[in-house]
Design a protein around this ligand. Structure first.
Ligand SMILES: NC(=O)c1ccc[n+]([C@@H]2O[C@H](COP(=O)([O-])OP(=O)(O)OC[C@H]3O[C@@H](n4cnc5c(N)ncnc54)[C@H](OP(=O)(O)O)[C@@H]3O)[C@@H](O)[C@H]2O)c1
Length: 420
């Protein structure tokens, strides 16, 4: 049986979950993974009242963990710059690294992988995307004979929790507060609800599937904070629901990378994944469309992914760090893409308002697939809901501004429609 001596850096949620998983599931890991994991040292700048590490050595300075006799540094501190320094120091000291940290891989992945390859060690990061739900090694190993053409995923559990509850009639603010109370959302939820967390994850998946750099450069990121529950009502009437989708796609040898809310068909696979679940669709040439779903957060599911990396380290010769494998690809200009759009326009209920709004679309050459004037709102306002034909993204901002400039209009909201 293989043996790995590990040092864990950080002593929070995931680290203590990993400690308990290794302790409680040791027989399973030995049997299924052919691996005996010994936790030699823990880097904890303070004790964690929720977990007693027994007689395992504690280093109060996480960087001192690296100086111990260990094969692997497990980085579970989160954040970007200190985590980068820690990982690079571990690599230079010829230690393998396992991390659950999407932010550090997104911002410094190429540098880290290059350094690892120069020092003959590996860096594994299964839990950085969708916690332990297998996607990294699935892309890099199981699908190695496939040409991946598109990956689309709901990669942020907090956003999916909020949107699924809004679909059932909840308002954004109270459901965000509930998510925070239940521990699904951070006290500062900005990263989750403004799309950055999902953007980090799709950036990592894109690097693995298409060789885009890490960091990948600017791409379009929008969160869910402007979605209203009424959007779900109108979307449903047209056979859609609203989800937050992160997408990477090979588009004529340039890579489409984006993370934003979309309307998707309400009978689709992803539309039916509710609450905190993460879900991913991978389109491939040999296997067709593959669906993966599972818990995208939580100490147990994240520990599951970390252990899978340790098992891989002990038993596989494959190096999944993409910098050694892929040619670099450029990102496509988001403004050159075309989308169908859902528009919600709140306008005064006066004669001619519909004509003035539709003329704004005509001016930009944007076709309208359907348009409905809904029941009255208060104060003589009416909602007008329409679906456009596909039009180029570079016209979108101007179109919204032009509609908002109409005296009779006081609110415009638009959501892209994901059609394939
Ligand atoms: N939680 C999840 O469900 C989940 C899922 C997937 C991936 N991840 C990733 O896993 C990593 C850990 O997340 P977590 O939820 O376990 O976070 P956490 O509960 O906040 O724990 C972080 C730990 O790292 C320590 N730490 C942070 N910065 C440090 C520094 N500069 N020096 C020394 N110690 C430091 C913290 O110490 P103090 O307590 O003293 O601050 C704490 O012990 C993150 O990268 C996260 O993105 C988490």
């Amino acid at each position: 049986m293989k043996k790995l001596k590990i040092g864990i850096c950080g002593w929070g949620n995931v680290a203590t979950g990993l400690f308990n998983t290794i302790k409680n599931n040791n027989d399973k890991i030995r049997l299924n993974g052919n691996l005996d994991i010994e936790i030699v040292v823990i880097g904890a700048r303070r004790d964690n009242p929720k977990c007693n590490p027994g007689d395992i050595k504690i280093e109060r300075d996480i960087f001192d963990v690296i100086d111990n006799e260990i094969d692997v540094v497990v980085e579970l501190i989160g954040g970007v710059e200190v985590a980068r320094d820690l990982i690079l120091k571990a690599i230079k000291n010829k230690k393998h690294v396992v991390t659950a940290n999407k932010a550090v891989i997104f911002h410094h992945g190429d540098e880290i992988f290059n350094e690892a390859s120069a020092n003959g060690v590996k860096v594994l990061f299964e839990s950085s995307v969708c916690a332990g739900t297998p996607i990294i090694k699935l892309l890099t190993e199981e699908l190695s004979a496939n040409n991946v053409t598109k990956i689309a995923g709901m990669l942020n559990g907090t956003s999916n929790f909020i949107l699924s509850n809004m679909e059932e009639g909840a308002d954004f603010k109270p459901i965000l507060e509930l998510a925070q109370k239940e521990g699904y959302a951070e006290p500062d939820p900005t990263f989750d609800i403004e799309g950055m967390d999902a953007a980090h994850k799709i950036g990592i998946l894109s690097s693995l599937a298409f060789g885009t750099p890490l960091p990948p450069g600017d791409f379009y990121v929008e969160g869910i904070s402007k979605i209203e529950k009424i959007d779900f009502k109108y979307a449903k009437e047209m056979g859609y629901t609203v989800k937050h989708l992160a997408v990477c796609k090979n588009n004529e040898d340039k890579i489409e990378l984006r993370a934003h809310p979309v309307l998707i068909k309400d009978n689709s696979y992803l539309a039916n994944l509710k609450s905190v679940r993460n879900g991913i669709e991978v389109e491939t040439d040999l296997l067709g469309t593959l669906h993966i779903a599972g818990s995208g957060a939580g100490q147990e599911s994240t520990a599951s992914g970390v252990v899978s990396d340790l098992v891989h380290l002990a038993n596989s010769n494959i190096n999944i760090s993409k910098s050694t494998k892929k040619n670099k690809c450029d990102l496509i200009d988001f403004l050159s893409l075309s989308f169908q759009y859902y528009f919600y326009i709140k306008a005064e209920d006066i004669p001619g308002v519909m004509a003035s709004i539709t003329s704004m679309f005509a001016e930009k050459g944007v076709g309208i697939e359907s348009i409905v004037q809904k029941e009255d709102l208060k104060e003589n306002m009416v909602p007008i809901v329409l679906i456009t034909d596909p039009f180029i993204e570079s016209d979108h901002k101007d179109l919204v501004t032009n509609i908002l400039n109409l005296d009779s209009v006081n609110e415009v909201r638009s959501i892209r429609i994901e059609t394939d």
